[in-house]
Design a protein around this ligand. Structure first.
Ligand code: NDP
Length: 289
């Protein structure tokens, strides 16, 4: 029997619609709406397209967003000063620095400069560390989106065996931590893992984030497992494909995310969720009036 398809596009739409209602309720009760600023250096076409999607989603949800654009010649010190200016502005709840940055600017330094309370991408080491410690934090958006997909299909991770393939700081490691925090037994695999398919076949939930088109075949999947494909690559024909060989794996898995319309749309929905959470946290802690 073929797997059930997890429609990330529709699930993300549901999250955005519920968030829009929550934002309007908050505005009615408290007179404040989430305000975010997106910092863009230069005019990388891919960055412009990502930002367009974020700004559109923000507008639909009722989040005040503005793109602050800087010349590619901006110095690192000038950009850091801009971030500090926004950090200090209590009327702005969320900051997002669009990557990549020009080579002369240290992305790590820039990431560290963002106030962790305003770090709606959830990349700051303080947020990642708090996630690891099981404390409140702004969680990284793609990992948070993966967990939201699992919640939506009613997949309770408690006691489940989760295998994550990929150990990057933005997907593999943080999604492993979120699954662990949900009481899953987690195995993290990577390029040095021995007997990868055998490890993957142990999984009740297999999460793949490696950036290798169609790498994971049916031999990696236990019958009935949930398969979440985070990977996005472009083929020579300009088609988007995931890390999972969808056609063969769907014959074995119980649930599977497609690419596109799988994890991708959840990332922006979770970014917006983080903007709302950042605002409410700042208000409850008296950081904003
Ligand atoms: P990285 O390149 O940073 O990390 C890839 C990870 O996969 C590494 O840990 C690497 O292992 C591991 N890996 C690579 N090849 C293999 C292999 N053959 N076998 C086992 N492990 C392997 O990628 P990201 O985590 O940033 O992204 C992964 C994918 O997810 C990409 O396709 C990216 O486009 C996509 N993505 C999608 C998002 C979304 O919104 N849907 C958001 C972010 C990313 P090692 O550490 O040993 O090198």
């Amino acid at each position: 029997m073929s797997a059930e398809i997890i429609d990330g596009f529709m699930i993300a739409k549901g999250y955005r619609e519920r968030l829009a209602l929550e934002v309007e309720k908050f505005v009615a009760e408290h007179g404040v709406r989430p305000v975010i600023r997106v910092l863009l250096v230069g005019d990388n076409p891919a960055s412009l397209s990502y930002i367009k999607g974020k700004v559109k989603a923000a507008a639909e949800i009722g989040i005040d967003s503005e793109v602050l654009r800087y010349e590619p010649s901006i110095t690192e010190a000038e950009l850091l000063a801009e971030i500090e200016r926004i950090n200090q502005n209590p009327a702005i709840h969320g900051i997002l620095v669009q990557l990549p940055l020009p080579k002369h600017i240290d992305e790590h330094k820039v990431g560290l400069a963002v106030d962790p309370m305003k770090d709606i991408d959830g990349f700051h080491p303080v947020n990642q560390g708090n996630s690891l410690a099981g404390n409140w934090c702004l969680e990284s958006c793609t990992p948070k989106g993966v967990i939201a997909l699992l919640d939506t299909i009613g997949c309770d991770l408690n006691g489940k065996k989760v295998v994550v393939i990929g150990r990057s700081n933005i997907v593999g490691k943080p999604v492993s931590v979120l699954a662990l925090n949900r009481n899953a037994t987690v195995t993290i695999c990577h390029s040095r893992t021995q007997n990868l398919a055998e490890e993957a076949r142990q999984a009740d939930v297999l999460i793949v984030a490696i950036g290798q088109p169609k790498f994971v075949g049916a031999d990696f999947v236990k019958p009935g497992a949930v398969v979440i494909d985070v990977g996005i690559s472009r083929t020579a024909e300009n088609k988007l494909v995931g890390d999972v060989d969808f056609d063969s794996v769907k014959e074995v898995a119980g649930w599977i995310t497609p690419v596109p319309r799988g994890v991708g749309p959840m990332t922006i929905a979770m970014l917006m969720q983080n903007a709302f959470e950042a605002m409410t946290k700042q208000i409850s802690e008296g950081a904003v009036s």
